[in-house]
Ligand binder design. Structure first.
Ligand SMILES: *Cc1c(COP(=O)(O)O)cnc(C)c1O
Ligand SMILES: [Zn+2]
Length: 389
């Protein structure tokens, strides 16, 4: 039985990626009670466990276009939808035949997450955060972010009439700060990078309260992100693509997609797993380096949404990429810039630099192996172009 009456019936437990410990499900879950934040090592990130037999019958069986957004998949979410929010999810899967031909693919699709309410996949996690906050009675939400997570939270809180406190790095772009102010968030610009913003956010959370929308530690938000995988499979008629490429910063997004595809196979909706390909920036690639057993060099990147030097979701990300038989790549900024141009000119989708990492990764993959006859999906995670208003 679920430990919290406000959770969904299929969510039965929590398991730590670090120590393997299992705990009863609770909406108040954060990090593993045994491992905590890992004291400098990998934190004890928890994973929501479900009773798949209980979820199977209530899980959508639609054909073709996904619609209805994140909570259409509530059979495999930890919370029901109890308040109305901006409509996250239900984004189109856009065929990109010109790009497919360029890389010798049978088909290429762009999962266009730029069409979410605040222009990024982050909205899927925010939608879940608001439902959990409502169930727990919080009126204030907070997070640390290089931009998109904070803007997403600010937009959703503005719409719902909730207080929003965000902590951003010193180098957050004027474009991103402008969006935060537009949505009326309380903005704290810290003196350092994302990692400092993160500690400050959590410290202030402890002193001033509020609900944390930090995907890095909050184990429930990843559940919202995995709905992008459900939609991709449904949009392809419950056939999974050969390859799914996503930019990787903290690791939560691609880890979530991997979980979603595994759950579909587990419930018998699909009969294979796509190879997950995570793409990082050459200048900041701790997870790519770790995947390949190399030391990560210290560098810079203009792809700010994935410039995470201390990823918290490493264990989740690495286990999903390995389970899928996939790999991790890194691309330099100039290749991402070229890819962003190509996505616009031959795909008709305006992606932010970070999201163009997917196409840069595909180009690198195509140079290393033949993609003949393959189907690939690029997860275009966001469309907030710095320098634009
Ligand atoms: C946050 C973000 C990512 C990376 O997601 P992680 O969960 O940090 O790996 C990729 N693209 C965009 C646009 C983002 O905002
Ligand atoms: Zn643990």
């Amino acid at each position: 039985m679920p430990a919290h009456s406000d959770s969904t019936p299929a969510a039965t437990g929590l398991r730590c990626f670090r120590c393997g410990g299992e705990f009863p499900f609770t909406l108040e879950a954060y990090t593993c009670p045994r491992c905590g934040d890992g004291a400098g090592d990998d934190p004890g990130i928890l994973d929501v466990l479900y009773d798949y037999d209980a979820a199977r019958d209530a899980f959508p069986r639609g054909e073709g276009a996904a619609g209805g957004g994140v909570f259409r998949w509530r059979a495999l979410l930890p919370v029901p939808e109890r308040m109305e929010t901006l409509p996250a999810g239900g984004t189109p899967l856009v065929p990109a035949p010109r790009l497919a031909e360029r890389f010798g693919l049978r088909a290429l699709y762009l999962k266009d997450e730029t069409r979410n309410p605040t222009r990024a996949l982050k909205d899927r996690a925010t939608a879940v955060a608001l439902q959990v906050a409502a169930a727990l009675g919080h009126r204030t939400l907070y997070c640390a972010s290089a931009g998109n997570a904070a803007i997403s939270l600010a937009g959703f809180c503005a719409h719902a009439g909730l207080e929003c406190r965000v902590h951003v790095p010193a180098r957050a772009s004027p474009t991103r700060l402008g969006w935060l102010r537009r949505f009326g968030a309380e903005v704290r610009v810290c003196a350092g990078d994302y990692d400092l913003a993160y500690s400050e956010a959590e410290a202030e959370g402890r002193s001033r309260g509020g609900y944390s929308r930090n995907c890095a530690f909050n184990p429930l938000l990843v559940e919202g992100k995995k709905t992008a995988a459900f939609e991709i499979a449904e949009q392809l008629g419950w056939k999974v693509p050969d390859l799914v490429l996503s930019p990787v910063g903290d690791g939560c997004t691609l880890g979530a997609l991997g979980k979603g595809f595994r759950e579909l196979a587990r419930m018998g909706r699909t009969d294979a797993l796509p190879r997950l390909v995570g793409v990082q920036a050459e200048g900041v690639q701790p997870l790519t380096a770790r995947f390949h057993g190399r030391a990560a060099a210290e560098g810079e990147t203009r792809a700010t949404s994935i410039a995470v030097r201390r990823p918290r979701n490493a264990l989740r990300l690495l286990s999903e990429v390995e389970a899928s038989g996939g790999t991790m790549l890194a691309a330099p900024d100039h290749e991402m810039e070229e890819a962003a141009r190509l996505l616009a000119r031959e795909g008709g989708v305006a992606a932010e630099l970070t999201s163009a990492a997917t196409l840069a990764g595909l180009a690198r993959l195509a140079a290393a192996e033949t993609l003949e006859g393959r189907t690939a999906v690029l997860v275009v995670t966001g469309g907030r172009i710095d320098g634009d208003s």
